[in-house]
Design a protein around this ligand. Structure first.
Ligand SMILES: [Zn+2]
Length: 222
């Protein structure tokens, strides 16, 4: 049995949360407690267990980091999540929040074979519906540089690469505007006023508030 076969769902959720919080740095147990919405005491217990399993390094004064084994598992779960979201959205027509909830559950239960078939059926997607990269089977991640459209150069052809996935209301608004990953946009020059800006989204000229615009990431169209 592979190591993943022996892990509980909550171990996998911890590894995924640490993966998302750790960039260069160690993750503090309080950050982790916040993210997972559990007590500091349960985080400390679990982190010690993860360290015993060789999945994280832990030092009480620094916090926690994934080992390479831990990172491999985290990437696999992230891969499942993003492939499943792509499937739920594109094939099954799920709404944004239902899609995420469903993927949160299913990500722990699919087999390698299911994953491979799903990947093939979807045409080996590199990005999920939010535009977040889907790690490849060997853990490679392709990331496309992008910045919020509120900061992008004005008057040139841009492509939306990613939208932040934190808020469903916002995602619905962006969808109504046609501002999802893959969309063509142009920031109209000198139109920022009263907290809004004008953007050409496909063929339609729209007024979008700057707060919303700060969650849409684009880069020049190649
Ligand atoms: Zn999600």
């Amino acid at each position: 049995m592979s190591i993943r076969g022996m892990l509980s769902q909550s171990v996998e959720d911890y590894l995924k949360a640490i993966y998302k919080l750790q960039e260069e740095d160690w993750v503090s147990t309080s950050e982790l407690a916040n993210r997972l919405d559990v007590s500091a005491a349960s985080v400390t217990n679990m982190v010690k267990r993860l360290a015993t399993l060789g999945l994280v390094s832990y030092a009480s004064y620094k916090g926690v980091r994934l080992t390479s084994t831990g990172e491999k598992i985290a990437l696999e779960i992230v891969r499942h999540h993003r492939l499943l979201e792509t499937y739920l959205r594109e094939i099954m027509g799920y709404d944004w929040d239902e899609m995420h909830e469903e993927a949160e559950h299913l990500e722990h239960h699919i087999s390698k074979e299911f994953e491979a078939k799903l990947d093939k059926m979807l045409g080996y997607p590199t990005h999920d519906p939010h535009g977040d990269p889907i790690p490849s089977r060997d853990g490679t991640i392709i990331s496309i540089e992008s910045e919020p459209i509120s900061k992008c150069p004005q008057g040139i052809a841009l492509t939306v690469r990613r939208v932040s996935d934190s808020n469903t209301e916002m995602l619905r608004e962006l969808e109504a505007f046609g501002l999802l990953p893959g969309a063509n946009v142009k920031v109209m020059p000198d139109t920022k006023k009263n907290g809004t800006m004008m953007v050409l989204a496909g063929q339609s000229l729209i007024e979008i508030n700057l707060e919303l615009a700060s969650h849409v990431f684009a880069s020049p169209t190649e």
